[in-house]
Design a protein around this ligand. Structure first.
Ligand code: SF4
Length: 348
């Protein structure tokens, strides 16, 4: 694991509650110290071992010898007319990642990035344009949420792993981050309020069903046949839709958790009646919910948004086919709400 810039020291926030407990035990300290330490790190937002007043001096010395406390640096913030907020964070190696905060009357949802850039190059996405740089550590994933909670005093109700990057392509670190976010001693966010959004990484879906986590899984589908999906999402050449659907059926059987299919509507690409029928068939097979998403033009990307008429017609078709469908209102359009746009600009 990367230790920059603290030499041999590790970021303590890369450990789950369980791993931290094992470490505390290996130091010969009583088990209750783990709870105290977790409370300082995740509830009080402390970034200095010396100021953890209820820890013994011996434990502080041992911790300081092996660990540092990672924290992200805010590099930019944009606020949309609709109150959506976009945060740009600078990482220890000088890379940038984005998080988006969406506020509604009842929820404050944060979209967290899991990688710097992305390998999968979807035709419509800004994150894929700059290529892949590296995986985020668990601490860098949770750090985005912690910054909002500790520095800006925003209490987050829901978490979505769908910012920059593909969470299941950074499987181990994404799962560790989820465990910390979900832990009653960590960030205390219920698993049912945490969503993983994937483009269809089959080995990741396969592993996830055995984690025993009650999180939500959402598939970025965007095309319900292989020919079109190959074109829109090159990852489909590796993980074919037929195989993804088979894997999701097994996932649903095992976890009993309803899957969501995300479908962005692009003009003259995936918005025909045939597309709607195919989508309804996939959703029916998976007993999944469909989330239709309005696209907003991103400069340098050729995909165009479907118009209101096409969206209404598409939605009607799905409803007539008996699909459980909602239209997601796009947020943060005026602040480059789509993932990767702001980080891409900074990089340039
Ligand atoms: S949509 Fe997701 S998987 Fe596709 S390029 Fe963007 S971040 Fe990567």
């Amino acid at each position: 694991m990367k230790t920059y810039p603290y030499g041999h020291k590790q970021d303590i926030k890369n450990l789950t509650a369980e791993e931290l407990g094992q470490k505390v035990a290996s130091f010969g300290e009583p088990a209750y110290r783990t709870g105290q330490l977790l409370s300082w790190l995740y509830q009080k937002g402390m970034v200095d071992f010396d100021r953890m007043t209820n820890l013994s001096n011996s434990l502080k010395i041992k911790l300081q010898a092996e660990y540092y406390i990672g924290a992200l640096e805010l590099a930019g913030r944009l606020v949309s007319k609709d109150k959506t907020e976009k945060y740009l964070f600078k990482l220890e190696d000088g890379s940038f990642v984005e998080s988006v905060l969406i506020k509604t009357a009842r929820r404050r949802t944060v979209c967290l990035s899991t990688q710097v850039g992305c390998k999968f190059g979807c035709l419509f996405c800004a994150s894929g344009k700059g290529g892949f740089v590296r995986n985020l550590t668990p601490s860098e994933i949770t750090g985005q949420l912690l910054y909002l909670k500790d520095n800006l005093k925003i209490s987050i109700t829901n978490v979505v792993l769908m910012g920059m990057g593909e969470p299941l392509d950074n499987y181990a670190n994404s799962i560790k981050a989820i465990k910390i976010i979900n832990s009653p001693q960590g960030l205390k966010i219920a698993a049912r309020r945490i969503t993983i959004s994937t483009c269809g990484i089959i080995p990741g879906i396969r592993k996830l069903k055995n984690e025993g986590l009650q999180v939500n899984l959402s598939l970025s589908l965007h095309a319900a046949n292989d020919v079109l999906r190959d074109k829109l999402m090159p990852v489909n050449k590796k993980y074919k839709l037929k195989e993804i659907i088979k894997e999701l059926e097994i996932y649903f059987k095992k976890t009993k958790r309803k899957i969501t299919l995300e479908y962005i509507l692009f003009k003259d690409l995936n918005d025909s009646s045939k597309d709607a029928e195919e989508l309804a068939r996939v959703a029916g097979r998976l007993k999944a919910k469909i989330n239709l998403i309005k696209y907003h033009k991103i400069s340098g990307i050729t995909c165009r948004p479907a118009g209101k008429e096409e969206i209404d017609r598409f939605m009607k078709r799905l409803q007539n086919a008996g699909a459980d469908v909602t239209l997601r209102v796009s947020k943060g359009v005026d602040i480059n709400g789509a993932c990767g746009q702001l980080a891409g600009k900074i990089k340039k």
